[in-house]
Design a protein around this ligand. Structure first.
Ligand code: EPS
Length: 386
């Protein structure tokens, strides 16, 4: 799926913290802990988050791979401490404590609980939920920030905005003249990352209503990338196709249930003549009259804006729990409930930006190569077509 970059995360939601390693990036990417922090803070925000985000102030400490503000070209190692660990030391101890915590056995519908216990032969849901928690995505955002910075330095921008929460939709297309950074900057000012003020209010109200009812809501966000050259990915083999790589990484986030590229679903009910983007040649460039393909044709970028819509299901830990069964006694019981978010769609849009950054940085490095940023830029200057 990734051709040049490899990354891994480790750590439990209420453990000491998270670890991450990314390798395959060139040397001389100029980056600081402050830059990464800025994106971690974006992920922490959003109306509908629960008590946990008031405890954490996510900060990725650079452990290896960066010297004097620049990457060294080797593996990059990061650590993010969980402040909440202080409250969970006994429950999450790696030694056997004097007093074991009571196993959690009331399975939550929609969570990894049941399949995880069956798979690993365990009987305490905590052993599964700690790693299936969205806490892990904190490290993905930190690692993705390195890819984002590399892309920024070669003129590629990635942004996002929320277009739907529950049944409240912002159907307004964003002006095509706005860059992904401009769109993201506007979205970042909104508590739900929606750039349409009247819809923002309605979205906040529906989140409040869900919270009041002990319920949760999902939603959809738009992902945008500009500045891409022709030919990232390839038509020539299934695993090289850029849409397979992009959707693969996006769908690796538990709660993401659908990804549409360009006009996506809408195309299935239209005639071919209505959806394919006509080609023109102006000012020594091929151009398009529309962008229904969302910047990808034949498994390759076509130098148009990449547009994707990603849909997230509602959070599965509910204050008003659903019917379930006790894993041990098999008796009908209400599912386990614990502190949870009622909506994490705004945060999810930042996570998906990070996934897109990793996929696009990887595809750029695959196509243009180079061990340093200078080499990459030279290769792109001489061969990239826009
Ligand atoms: C999560 C449950 C909540 C969220 C958490 C994901 O955590 P807690 O159980 O500690 O209240 O806040 O998200 C994060 C910690 C985060 O950093 O985004 C879950 O069950 O997935």
């Amino acid at each position: 799926m990734l051709e040049r970059i490899r990354f891994l995360t480790a750590g439990e939601s209420h453990g000491k913290g998270l670890l991450g390693i990314i390798e395959g990036l060139p040397s001389n990417i100029k980056i600081s802990e402050t830059y990464v922090k800025q994106h971690l803070s974006r992920r922490q925000k959003g109306h509908g988050r629960g008590g946990r985000m008031k405890i954490e102030d996510d900060f990725a400490e650079f452990i290896g791979g960066v010297r004097y503000g620049e990457t060294l070209g080797g593996p990059i190692g990061l650590q993010i401490k969980n402040k909440d660990w202080e409250n969970w030391k006994d429950v999450m101890d790696h030694n056997i404590p004097e007093k074991l915590s009571k196993p959690i056995t009331m399975l939550r519908p929609g969570h990894a609980d049941l399949a995880g216990l069956q798979k690993f032969g365990m009987n305490d849901i905590r052993n599964i939920l700690e790693r299936s928690s969205a806490r892990e995505t904190t490290m993905r955002v930190a690692l993705g920030s390195f890819c984002r910075k590399m892309l920024e330095d070669i003129g590629i921008e990635i942004g996002s905005r929320v277009v739907q929460i529950h049944n409240i939709k912002d159907i307004q297309d964003v002006e095509t003249t706005k860059t992904p950074n401009q769109i993201s900057n506007l979205a970042d000012k909104s508590p739900v990352r929606c750039i349409n003020k009247s819809k923002e209010k309605e979205m906040m109200e529906i989140i409040d209503e869900a919270k009041k009812q002990g319920d949760s809501v999902g939603g959809t966000f738009e992902l945008i990338a500009d500045g891409l050259p022709y030919g990232l990915g390839s038509h020539s083999q299934w695993y090289k196709k850029i849409q397979a790589r992009l959707t693969g990484l996006l769908m690796s986030v538990n709660a993401f249930k659908a990804v549409e590229i360009g006009s996506g679903n809408e195309m299935s009910s239209k005639f071919g003549s209505e959806v394919h983007d006509e080609i023109e040649y102006m000012n020594n460039r091929f151009t398009r009259t529309t962008n229904n393909a969302g910047g990808i044709e034949g498994g390759m970028t076509n130098a148009q804006r990449i547009l994707a819509w990603v849909s997230m299901k509602p959070i599965s830990t509910l204050v008003k729990p659903l019917n379930s069964v006790d894993y041990i006694t098999k008796e009908p019981k209400k599912a386990f409930k614990e502190r949870a978010d009622s909506c994490a769609v705004p945060a999810a849009s930042i996570i998906s930006e990070s996934m897109m950054c990793i996929v696009l940085a990887d595809a750029i490095l695959e196509k243009f190569g180079g061990d340093s940023m200078n080499q990459l830029k030279m290769h792109m200057n001489s061969t990239a077509k826009y």
